[in-house]
Structure formats: structure tokens, C-alpha cells
Design a protein around this ligand. Structure first.
Ligand code: SF4
Ligand code: SF4
Ligand code: SF4
Length: 255
């Protein structure tokens, strides 16, 4: 029986809920996996080492840095789940401003707050074995990742863009037909083209696909009359700090 741990860093718990949402499949998994540490589901926390750790959330405090190093030490495989863990999440919007100024605006005693200047993905601090994108992640993709770990094989996940899913569903392209800007061409598949199915453009919650050509899409948006500010706002949501969307490499926060 292999041992699994689920860890939360700075996040909303939505990706852990996707794991709980597996329901009957989750029960089947318990035949081959011991859920040794999963505080979202049980307060019975058993000590490591663990065969696989699922990590949700980004690194935003000095304490997070210490804890992720310890999680890595205790884990044979480390899989990060969700936008927060893979690119810094919504909270990485702080990376574009002076976080000290924000803290001074919000807290009466800012000197009590210990936080880093940036929200960073887990991979900025420790090696990771697999990244599963999405805000939240797709539970079927998560099941494929866990089952692949149990079967000792590579997860069979599509690396196409949302456009591929859109076409297979036979949806009318909201960008071409209605002129709504859509990040589908540069966004990782996984949602089944949810937003175009409701006549909405994709705003990239599954994050950049491999080799996403964002500058090219940006030029097309400009030709269609979108302003640079609107394009920037479209990219700065769930995966604001992903290098493909921000144009900046991930670097660990120094302060
Ligand atoms: S990726 Fe989204 S759903 Fe998952 S923990 Fe972060 S904010 Fe929540
Ligand atoms: S609606 Fe968006 S995701 Fe669908 S084909 Fe058009 S650009 Fe691609
Ligand atoms: S924003 Fe894009 S990736 Fe997210 S659910 Fe909508 S279509 Fe899918």
C-alpha cells in the first residue's frame, strides 16, 4: 500500500476539494493508497515519509519556504496541483506592486506581518515531479495523475490548447464570430472548453499551454482593436505570474 499526503500552502482549498469531489473513485483509490496526511478530509495525520505528496498553494511567507523544503524531504514524488502551486495563483498579482505598501494600507500593525515580496510557485523552491494546472484543477485529470503514479506510468494528459477542445465540441468560435477576445489558443486544455460553450471567451484559468505563443496572440488582439491595457488585464488573472503570460521568469522571492 502506497502512502499519500496532501499539503496546503497559500490557497483557497478549491483544488483539494476537487480531490474530495472524486467521491466513489476516491473510495476505490483507498484500496491501493493510504491517505496518510490529508487535513482537509481527516484530522488523523500520520507521519512521513510519503510515496506521493500532492501540494496545493503558492509560497508567500518565510514559514512556507521552510515547510516546502520539509515536505520535499519527506516525499518520494511531489505533484503540485492548481494555479497557485504551478504559477503563484491570483495572489501573484502582488508580484507587480510594492507589497509593503499594500500591507501598510490593510493592517493596523504591519510590523506583525511576515510575508514575502512575491507569491511563487512550488517549483521556484524545490524540484517537482509533475505539475497539474487549473483553477481549480479538473478532477478527471487529477484521477489520471494519481492512477498513473500507482501504475508507474506517465499521465496521459492532452497538451493541446482549449481551441482543440472547442473544435471537438463543434462550438462556434466566440473570437472569430463575435469578436470577444479569447485566450483559448494559448491556454492548456482540461476544462472541455467550458467558457466558449457559454459564449464567453477563455480567460486562461488552466494556465499557459506548452510553447504558448502569447506575443503572436497579443498582436492579433491588437489588430482586432484591443488595447495593450485590456490585453494585460486579460492575462493577469489566475496565472498572472506564469512566465508565458507575464513575460518574466519565475525567481524565488528574496524578501
Ligand atoms: S488554484 Fe484556484 S482553486 Fe486551486 S487552490 Fe488556488 S485559487 Fe483555489
Ligand atoms: S472560442 Fe476561443 S477556444 Fe474556442 S476556438 Fe475560438 S479562440 Fe479557440
Ligand atoms: S477560462 Fe478558459 S480554461 Fe478556464 S474554464 Fe473557461 S475556457 Fe476553460
Amino acid at each position: 500500500m502506497k502512502r499519500l499526503a496532501v499539503w496546503k500552502f497559500t490557497s483557497c482549498d478549491g483544488c483539494q476539494l476537487s480531490l474530495l469531489d472524486l467521491e466513489d473513485d476516491l473510495l476505490l483509490l483507498t484500496e491501493s493508497l493510504e491517505f496518510a496526511y490529508f487535513l482537509e478530509a481527516s484530522s488523523a495525520a500520520r507521519p512521513g515519509p510519503y510515496d506521493i505528496s500532492l501540494v496545493e498553494g503558492s509560497i508567500t511567507t518565510p514559514a512556507d519556504v521552510e515547510r516546502i523544503l520539509e515536505v520535499r524531504r519527506q516525499s518520494r514524488f511531489l505533484v503540485v496541483i492548481g494555479a497557485c502551486a504551478t504559477s503563484g495563483g491570483i495572489q501573484a498579482l502582488r508580484n507587480f506592486v510594492d507589497v509593503k505598501e499594500f500591507i501598510a494600507c490593510v493592517y493596523a500593525r504591519p510590523d506583525y506581518i511576515k510575508t514575502l515580496a512575491k507569491s511563487s510557485p512550488i517549483s521556484a523552491y524545490v524540484p517537482v515531479d509533475f505539475e497539474l494546472q487549473g483553477c481549480p484543477i479538473d478532477k478527471s485529470q487529477l484521477l489520471e495523475v494519481i492512477a498513473s503514479f500507482l501504475l508507474d506510468k506517465k499521465p496521459a494528459l492532452s497538451n493541446e490548447s482549449v481551441c482543440g477542445e472547442c473544435k471537438r465540441r463543434g462550438l462556434v468560435c466566440v473570437w472569430v464570430a463575435e469578436g470577444r477576445p479569447c485566450l483559448g489558443p494559448v491556454t492548456h486544455a482540461g476544462c472541455g472548453a467550458l467558457c466558449p460553450g457559454y459564449s464567453r471567451g477563455c480567460y486562461g484559468c488552466f494556465g499557459p499551454k506548452e510553447n504558448a505563443n502569447v506575443p503572436s496572440l497579443g498582436r492579433k488582439f491588437r489588430e482586432h482593436g484591443e488595447s495593450p491595457r485590456d490585453i494585460q488585464r486579460l492575462l493577469r488573472t489566475f496565472h498572472a505570474a506564469a512566465p508565458a503570460f507575464s513575460g518574466r521568469p519565475h525567481e524565488p522571492s528574496r524578501s
